[in-house]
Design a protein around this ligand. Structure first.
Ligand code: ZN
Length: 454
């Protein structure tokens, strides 16, 4: 059974004569694909279609987690510029904080804003931080409610654009739900239907299966291989839809990713340590009653927050405590990086004192109950086996690949950054960001962008 969305009212079709109006852009994010996965991906029938163009290594922004990096891919800014400084909102005392689902939290113009201003139509499927977007014509965002499928569908419909809602309704049956949401098949079906029905000029799609498999089974397991094979089939469906719709010759297609993975050796509940120090206080039922300091887990690092309403002496107390943590070999915190250093070194900023870096493979959890430390050999270790959120220069890097009429065939480059990808996309569409922390990757362009040389 294949349901599709009825053709749209075409009265909103953009006027002819918009810049590069014969060019389309399709960006497929294979979450957590790394550059060392490329030799295997080239053996798969559809990854190889994109990798036949140009590819290379892409350094993520800090934090090396999904939402900040996907926002760099649409803004060409680091987190200090676009404001999405973590996956999750900071909600001390919440076991499942909301994520940065709302596009209105992005502090910089997105490629969708620029596209709309030039009369180009844009669509997104499962792309992070696109809920309630003011500028995406057809947005089916990534958003869920841990309460279940029905609640997820309700919030997904609410966060989608009006035209996106029709796609949610047509394909809702393809959302998978076991212990949590599974959007891969749904996102692919929606993207294929969008290409056939609305043919947007700009389409961004996010596929998460490889990342999910790595988190739960490890970096290079049979399950990760199966996830790659599944994602390869989905990429094939999208590429075939472009061909069958007669637009493949005009479409530059990218595969991007957002971070690598590091094997987890232990989980640290730094907020449990803050409870022991009296800097987080619990009520009789063990819930957080009040807090002076809070560590917001960001995978393999954590942001150190100070409650703006805490007494003046709290900051010194907290910073002194952190110094002791770094000095104590029993606490797996390698370093504390003050915010000013993070801004200087990584273009990172946010409402906190700085960043705690774990020793390699230390995963920060927000939780405060139980013990402060859970090691992989502990009988009650039931957590992630692989994680990211480390500093960007560490470990294996993300990948950036493109193929299409404006892209060199058989090209390779050694290193770009994730904000460079967004600048490349803008260049290919004849758009320009007013401010950017990246530049177009000129090595992959058939007509080098002389004025944009990196
Ligand atoms: Zn990710």
């Amino acid at each position: 059974m294949t349901r599709t969305v009825p053709t749209a009212d075409t009265s909103s079709t953009p006027p002819a004569g918009s810049p590069r109006d014969s060019r389309r852009l399709v960006v497929i994010s294979v979450d957590a694909m790394s550059v060392v996965d490329v030799p295997f991906a080239r053996t798969l029938p559809n990854f190889s279609r994109v990798l036949a163009g140009s590819w290379g290594s892409a350094e993520a922004i800090y934090p090396t987690v999904t939402y900040p990096n996907h926002t760099s891919q649409t803004t060409a800014r680091t987190a200090a510029g676009h404001g999405i400084y973590a996956n999750e909102l900071v909600q001390p005392g919440s076991r499942r904080p909301d994520w940065f689902w709302d596009a209105r939290a992005i502090a910089a113009p997105t490629i969708f804003d620029l596209a709309a201003a030039q009369g180009l139509t844009s669509a997104t499927v499962g792309w992070p931080v696109t809920g309630w977007s003011p500028s995406i014509d057809i947005a089916v965002p990534e958003i869920w409610d841990p309460a279940g499928l029905e609640a997820t569908l309700a919030v997904l419909r609410d966060a989608a654009s009006e035209r996106g809602r029709a796609y949610v309704d047509a394909h809702a049956a393809e959302i998978g739900w076991d212990s949590k949401h599974r959007f891969g098949q749904f996102n692919t079906a929606v993207a294929v239907d969008m290409i056939r029905t609305d043919a947007p000029d700009v389409l961004f799609v996010h596929l998460v299966d490889v990342d999910s498999a790595r988190h739960t089974t490890g970096r290079f397991t049979p399950e990760v291989r199966e996830a790659f094979e599944r994602v390869d089939g989905w990429i094939g469906e999208i590429l075939d839809a472009l061909e069958e719709s007669g637009v493949a010759e005009d479409a530059n297609v990218a595969i991007v990713s957002d971070h690598g993975h590091v094997e987890v050796g232990r989980c640290l509940r730094a907020n449990n340590l803050l409870v022991q120090e009296g800097l987080v206080r619990l009520d009789d039922s063990g819930e957080v009653a009040s807090w002076d300091a809070w560590v917001h887990g960001c995978g393999l690092t954590g942001q150190l927050h100070l409650n703006p309403e805490a007494e003046e002496s709290a900051q010194d107390r907290v910073l002194d405590l952190v110094d002791r943590w770094v000095a104590d070999p029993e606490i797996p915190i390698a370093a504390f990086h003050p915010l000013a250093d993070m801004r200087e070194d990584y273009g990172y900023s946010g409402p906190f004192l700085g960043v705690l870096e774990g020793t390699s493979g230390t995963n920060f959890q927000n939780l405060w109950e139980g013990r402060s430390l859970y090691g992989r050999f502990d009988d009650d270790y039931t957590f992630l086996l692989s994680q990211h959120g480390h500093l960007p220069e560490q470990d294996i890097q993300a990948v950036f690949a493109m193929v299409g009429p404006d892209i060199v065939e058989g090209g390779k480059f050694s290193r770009c950054t994730v904000p460079d990808e967004a600048a490349t996309f803008a260049h290919l569409l004849g758009l320009q960001f007013p401010e950017a922390d990246g530049a177009a990757v000129s090595e992959i362009l058939r007509e080098p962008a002389l004025s944009l040389a990196r």
